[in-house]
Design a protein around this ligand. Structure first.
Ligand SMILES: [Fe+2]
Length: 234
């Protein structure tokens, strides 16, 4: 039996989208290298939920702190949506995940700029301060999002094999949504221009993610990622 039924017949890193992939381009991904098209989350006005436009505004407020990460949160949200689709998540859960991923780095608002953008190596204390952003972001979202969404934000820097933060969780202790956001977050960082290095090619980025399967990343999320990306620049 195929351990990963969502992996298409081309294998875990086949270059085509799996059967059943959608055909619409996600809405917030200008210049992204996650070109696999999929139906975007519906814009809705569910009672008790803020409009999507407000959450996007919050995401842009976070990313505006750092010009090199422009629209990072939106790309991470859209890619999380795509990965979760390959993993077989329902539309309603993918929408919850998209909403949480949009604000996964909200806590960075509380991190002093002189630390967040320090060009030199961080001191151990400064590094601990930066690491606090996932916990702080989750605290900001308590009562605003569901407890599960809050856990996804809190745990998006946990590592599948242990050693992540803020709680040092391991394996199945890490909420599945956080495992997905972690891969999407890393993918966008690897394939985007950053002050410390230019973007990697799709093939290079995939290889980097594959090398961290089982240690940093939950393997099924990386496999799902491999099913979605296309070699547009190779
Ligand atoms: Fe983060």
């Amino acid at each position: 039996m195929n351990q990963f039924p969502y992996v298409n017949s081309l294998g875990p890193f086949g270059d085509r989208a799996p059967v059943g992939a959608g055909t619409m381009t996600p809405p917030h991904m200008p210049g992204t290298r996650v070109p696999r098209a999929i139906t975007p989350p519906p814009r809705r006005g569910v009672e008790g939920q803020s409009p999507l436009s407000i959450r996007i505004g919050l995401a842009r407020a976070v990313d505006a702190k750092d010009p090199s990460t422009r629209r990072h949160s939106e790309r991470v949200a859209d890619l999380s949506w795509v990965i979760a689709d390959v993993l077989g998540w329902s539309t309603s859960r993918r929408t919850l995940l998209h909403d949480a991923a949009l604000v996964h780095d909200l806590g960075k608002i509380a991190i002093p700029d002189e630390i967040l953008f320090k060009p030199d190596e961080l001191t151990p204390h400064e590094y601990e301060t930066v690491k606090g952003h996932s916990r702080i972001g989750a605290e900001m979202l308590e009562g605003v999002m569901t407890s599960e969404q809050v856990s996804w934000v809190r745990c998006h820097h946990e590592w599948w094999g242990g050693g992540g933060y803020p709680d040092g969780l391991v394996g199945a202790q890490i909420p599945e949504g956080a495992r997905v956001i972690a891969v999407a977050d890393a993918w966008d960082a690897i394939t985007s221009w950053r002050p410390y290095g230019g973007p990697r090619s799709t093939a290079q980025a995939l290889e980097e993610c594959r090398l961290s399967m089982g240690t940093q990343f939950w393997p099924p999320a990386v496999i799902a990622l491999g099913c979605t990306v296309q070699s547009v620049d190779d």
